[in-house]
Design a protein around this ligand. Sequence first.
Ligand code: TXA
Ligand code: MG
Length: 343
Amino acid sequence: MSARIVCIHTPVLFDAAVQEAVDHLRRGEVVAVPTETVYGLAANALDPRAVARIFEVKGRPAHNPVIVHVASQAMVLECAAEWPPLAESLARAFWPGPLTLVLPRGPSVPDIVTAGGNTVAIRWPQHPFMQAIIRRCGFPLAAPSANLSNRLSPTTAQHVARQLGDRIPLIVDGGDCNVGIESTVVDVTGRVLCVLRPGMISGVALVAASGIDSIPAESVGAPGDSSGLNRSPGMLAKHYSPKARLLILSWSDETELEQQLLKHGVRLDHNIQILAHNHIPMSGRFAHVNVIPHDAEAFARGLYGELHRCDDTGAEWIVVEALPNTPEWHGISDRLRRAAVRE
Ligand code: TXA
Ligand code: MG
């Protein structure tokens, strides 16, 4: 199989792509679609065989549940058994958008979606194409990121094509994703709000919108309760990895950078690619130096594209200049830390 890639940048192309994607989805097939965060691999969330195909295509372990994407409050209530006040406040502030809420699971959601657990992760995406296909299908869409398991998420249709192009029938090309990293995942099933996966909606923004005093530090990226029911298997340490090894370093000048590289066992004749936003190496001795914007939103938008490019151009090492430690950078820092982990 070789995926057809269809564009959506005119109204006519958009409508044709909606029709084509919906035809596949109604037949129980999977298609890759753009969302505002990263590209998703979508299937009918209420059809266990269609969802099984997602796991098969990605090589995803069955214990890692998938997010259900909706486009109406009625669909939320079809999938969730309860709608706590905390969920209402957060949905009001951030839906449609890059926020996923973990809720008590409703009876219509198949086991395979939740990995057998009693919670379900739900997101109302902002991307117009996602909204159009969910509405036209009339059923919610299960969609993890459209990459092979444990690899870097795709932010362009070309990234999807390189990893999954021979396994799926259709890739819808919506251009570059606007947010650039995966949604913030928040568990609202317990007494306290629990951030399972940080993202571009920061802890500060969540606190402001929900009216709670603060998020307990120990509940960020940690299980929501001691029973372990709210654990997020996707938060396993190694995840979101490029093929090259990745280091996060800070330096004030190039001599200091070289000393640090040597300390980490990196030979300077390796293919080393630098992603810097503040102290830019100018000597020309690295394989590639790219300047990414010193602004969290723009940085997130460009990050995965840069990591994909480093991999595609044979990087052995990717060196990222350390990021500021302020709330708007926490989601990005989380992904970089994971990308730096070797098993
Ligand atoms: O931005 C996004 O969230 C993208 C786009 C396509 O919507 N999707 C995405 O899906 O990143 P995925 O499968 O790559 O990551 C979903 C994360 C995983 O860490 C998974 O373990 C967690 O959400 N998750 C899913 N259902 C859960 C549940 N019931 N309880 C706790 N965590 C859950
Ligand atoms: Mg993923």
